[in-house]
Design a protein around this ligand. Sequence first.
Ligand code: B16
Ligand code: MG
Length: 217
Amino acid sequence: PINALLFDLDGVIVDTAIYHYQAWRRMANTLGFDISQEFNEQLKGISRTESLEIILAHGGLTVSENHKLELATQKNEWYLELVSQMTPANILPGVTALFGAVKAAHLKTALGSVSKNARLILERIGMIDDFDAIIDGTKITRGKPDPEVFLKGAAELEVRPDECVVFEDAVAGIEAAKRAGMLAIGIGEPSVLTQADLVVPSLAALTLAEVLTLTGL
Ligand code: B16
Ligand code: MG
């Protein structure tokens, strides 16, 4: 049976992916190159330092460790400027209704995000108290596609991986969920999230009853 729902943050609960892209793009532009939205797909669910490495390689740049730290810090400042303007109006369609149904059904919920800013974002959108467990970038040593973030979520909720469904918008996040032995529902394009057990365009396209049916409960 399904007893817990694990949610990615960026791209599932809120659309901060666009803010990450804008902040990284601003940084790339100051270094003299550009990054496309298509290139940005591979950064979803990837940690800040790993994202920076991928972007620098894309731009063909080699920089010192000190300079990398400066660039990551600058990107985060730009990102936080965008995040500071967020309100509950930024919660993506379908999230509030699904959480209402999940609470009524007494299912457990966890956040599984590699972001170090996850708690701040949940505060901004008024959802910090809606999760039974919050696993974020401050609690993990390995980012997605490593399953650590979701396995820690299951452990904190005291459920087995096969009792969990993960909601994810990133290729790396779906891989992490599958490696954790969990069901994975992709939010986005079936052609992109090929490893997912089901892909929907947004949480608004899915009811809790459908989630539970699909998982054979
Ligand atoms: P931060 P998620 C991830 O969050 C983002 O998808 C990814 O683009 C970002 O680089 C990463 O968080 C780190 O975020 O710089 O705030 O620590 O999708 O796992 O919720
Ligand atoms: Mg995401």
